[in-house]
Write a protein of this length. Sequence first.
Length: 76
Amino acid sequence: MDVRASDHAVIRYLERVEGLDLDIIRAEILSIAGAAAAVGAKVIRKDGNSYVIEKGVIVTVIPDDCQRLPRRRQSR
């Protein structure tokens, strides 16, 4: 059986075991992309990173040097 650690487990480990304050990180992300998300932006690029936004939620951050943004869904 292949065992792995989920992203959720890694985040909880960083928060609870290593003492990383996720609220500080969340506030930093919101200070960069929150206003754009509030007005309906899908992606904001800043300081070499792309902040991907879906339905007003910043869902991921991708460094521009490994850029692969999600494709837009096609309307039918």
